[in-house]
Design a protein around this ligand. Structure first.
Ligand code: CU
Length: 68
């Protein structure tokens, strides 16, 4: 398991948190997802033989947020 903490810009409410959480949870092998609205971060664990970190970034960006 790899751990990732991504900086996410553009989240403004709990709906945004839900959108990001859902986008990540739809990916294979991603778990322990914690999205922090105040801290503007998304942290999670993943198995890099199932999903690439770039795929996770794209999933968040597809929801309309920026990963910086
Ligand atoms: Cu929102």
């Amino acid at each position: 398991m790899e751990k990732a903490v991504l900086k996410v810009e553009g989240m403004s409410c709990n709906h945004c948190v839900q959108s990001v959480t859902q986008a990540l949870s739809d990916l294979p092998s991603v778990n322990n997802i914690q999205v922090d609205l105040e801290g503007k971060t998304a942290s999670f664990e993943f198995d890099d033989s199932f999903v690439r970190i770039d795929t996770a970034k794209e999933a968040i960006e597809d929801q309309g947020y920026d990963v910086v």
